[in-house]
Design a protein around this ligand. Sequence first.
Ligand SMILES: Nc1ncnc2c1ncn2[C@@H]1O[C@H](COP(=O)(O)OP(=O)(O)OP(=O)(O)O)[C@@H](O)[C@H]1O
Length: 255
Amino acid sequence: MTAYQFEIQHIHQTFHKGTANEHHVLKGIDLKVKKGDFICLIGGNGSGKSTLLNAISGSFPIDEGKLLLKQKEIQSLKEYQRAKFIGRVFQDPNLGTSPRMTIAENLSIAQKRGAKRSFIKRATSSNAVKQFSKEVEMLELGLENRLNTEIGLLSGGQRQAITLLMSVLQKPELLLLDEHTAALDPKIAKFIMKKTNELITKQHLTAMMVTHNLQDALSYGNRLIMMQAGKIVLDLNQTEKEKMTVEELYQLFSQ
Ligand SMILES: Nc1ncnc2c1ncn2[C@@H]1O[C@H](COP(=O)(O)OP(=O)(O)OP(=O)(O)O)[C@@H](O)[C@H]1O
């Protein structure tokens, strides 16, 4: 029997239950994810992609179903508890970092999640800085020389690169990327996508990435999932993905 890294078992989610605005957004989602799977998740506006990632990370308690991470049920855990093993990057580069803290301090928070601030200060003044410097260097943005710069002074692209690094610093059991390049200019978006792929492959991370870029969805990862109206309607493996063209995928998307 395959031991999956992550399993979604029959998730349902309805918002505004019992009111005129009742909306059944996730309609019985099932998914088995192997360790090292890098899944691209596509689907039209409002199909439920972000809601699915929110359900996984614990933004709200799910109505029905189970979430199993390495065979342990996590659906009852609070969002902050899941954050210890689930990394997340959002579309907005302003989310996920503390703007008034330096790059080093932000990285320190990511590394010592849950530690007291005094500990974070000590960590940034010790060998940790050297280690951060090495990690930041791989982003190839020259930010290793600006570790004491406040995050709020960085450009959106630089900030998103740091957020990405922070999300993988503790080697998450599952990494969730929600259109994390969508707010960036095309050049930096391409660069961040390349770095994302490098980080995921190098660390053999298990990841789910929401994207509206069909080319990225075909180029990256080993599996492609499409959602429509709260259901998974397409699930392609690596071989099927390699055979598919953007035009063919677009046709399926538009059905
Ligand atoms: N917390 C919430 N309360 C009420 N409705 C919600 C909530 N979260 C999501 N929805 C609704 O669920 C539906 C699906 O939204 P979701 O953001 O998951 O779609 P999506 O596939 O990520 O879309 P997009 O591509 O536009 O980001 C939408 O109609 C949205 O308004």
